[in-house]
Design a protein around this ligand. Structure first.
Ligand SMILES: *Cc1c(COP(=O)(O)O)cnc(C)c1O
Length: 377
């Protein structure tokens, strides 16, 4: 469909085309110098010491679970209001995702008291997801995790470039996982990254990324190694040079693009408050500096969201939902008892995501707000 205003858009220019062309001409395509540069650049930007680029964020989350030794009989507390990969990563290891509820209509992030109420002797870790790039209550979550000796993994798919107290959100916790899927704040097509300040976890994750092998093709090409051993049951979760080159170029634009997203979000809030007072605006005045990955609004109770989305579509404006709760998917219902996450179920029915991307113009914000107002009439 040809949208007048799409939900998201990609900021590609000459830099990306040239970066990809240079890799193609070099004929070195699997992980090598460009991947190393991307990892170094990402580490310098986020100030997280060890950055390991992988094939996607789902693989990053999976590697985080494996590196922390999570497996059969273990429980990992996760939000239900997230993308399904957050919980799938737990299940790949044989462990069980335990769903915690959100805070409230103003804060769609995982609630600390809900996490607390789900901790058992089987709990090994918590995965937090910074919804829209807005910070979870990390101080309270880390304090709780310390008390119960739990690992904290950050699903930072929405939060690239976002921070709390000046520290990148992906760096609060044991391991941070990033996504560079095309609809995220920066993209490598498919792509992801694992970030940690723990050297031991980092070397384990590097091994697991590539078959648990002690040397990679690049080392052998460089003449650094002739053979290798396999020391763990690893995976092929590698990124490649084409994607890494996109990452290097996209990361350079991230600070200014995130700045634009924050500005657009503020403009949205001012206009929506005035023009469509019926909707609630979560995360307004929230802690930290957001990556403003998406623009969520909460519709009034009982309102027909599908009808609103249809009317928006009629005006050429793409909208979306973040998210259908994970625990309600058919494959998750099969897993056993339905968790008590009433706020998640209520708010998920009422959430509507409006278009937001760095290249968006203020006229387009005005159009979306006018269309939403008209959809209510
Ligand atoms: C996009 C996303 C993922 C998955 O990322 P991929 O790179 O597509 O695997 C995981 N969690 C959240 C919250 C996401 O938005």
């Amino acid at each position: 469909m040809n949208w007048r205003i799409p939900l998201a858009d990609i900021d590609f220019g000459q830099e990306e085309y040239e970066a990809v062309e240079a890799v193609l001409k070099s004929k070195w395509l699997t992980m090598g110098a460009v991947t190393q540069q991307f990892e170094n650049d990402f580490s310098a930007y986020t100030k997280i010491e060890h950055c390991i680029a992988v094939s996607n964020c789902t693989a990053a989350l999976h590697l985080a679970m494996v590196a922390l030794g999570i497996g059969d009989e273990d429980e990992v507390i996760v939000p239900s209001l997230s993308f399904v990969a957050t919980a799938n990563a737990v299940r790949y290891t044989g462990a069980k995702p335990i769903f915690a509820d959100i805070n409230d209509i103003n804060d769609l992030n995982i609630s600390v008291s809900s996490i607390q109420s789900h901790i058992t002797h089987k709990t090994k870790a918590i995965i937090v997801m910074h919804y829209g790039g807005y910070a979870c209550d990390m101080k309270a979550i880390l304090a709780l995790a310390r008390t119960h000796q739990l690992y904290v993994v950050v699903d930072a798919a929405h939060a690239v470039g976002a921070s709390l107290d000046g520290k990148q959100l992906g760096g609060w916790g044991d391991i941070g996982c990033f996504s560079f899927f095309p609809n995220k704040n920066m993209t490598t097509a498919e792509g992801g990254l694992v970030a940690t300040n723990n050297a031991e976890l980092a070397s384990k994750i590097r091994l697991l990324r590539s078959h648990g092998m002690t040397s990679i093709t690049w080392d052998r090409h460089q003449g650094h190694a002739w053979s290798y051993d396999v020391v763990e049951l690893g995976y092929n979760f590698r990124i490649d040079e084409i994607r890494a080159a996109l990452g290097v170029a996209q990361l350079k634009k991230l600070p200014s693009n995130n700045h634009k997203r924050r500005w657009l979000t503020n403009e949205y809030w001012h206009r929506l408050e005035r023009e469509v007072p019926e909707v609630s605006l979560p995360f307004r005045g929230h802690r930290g500096e957001s990556a403003c990955h998406i623009m969520p609004v909460i519709l009034p109770e009982g309102m027909d969201r599908t009808a609103i989305m249809e009317r928006m579509k009629g005006q050429g404006i793409q909208t979306s939902i973040h998210y259908p709760p994970i625990h309600l998917f058919s494959d998750y219902r099969k897993q056993g008892a339905i968790p008590m996450v009433e706020k998640t179920e209520d708010l998920a029915k009422r959430e509507l995501t409006l278009p937001l991307f760095a290249g968006m113009e203020i006229d387009e914000v005005n159009l979306v707000v006018a269309a939403l107002k008209a959809s209510f009439a």
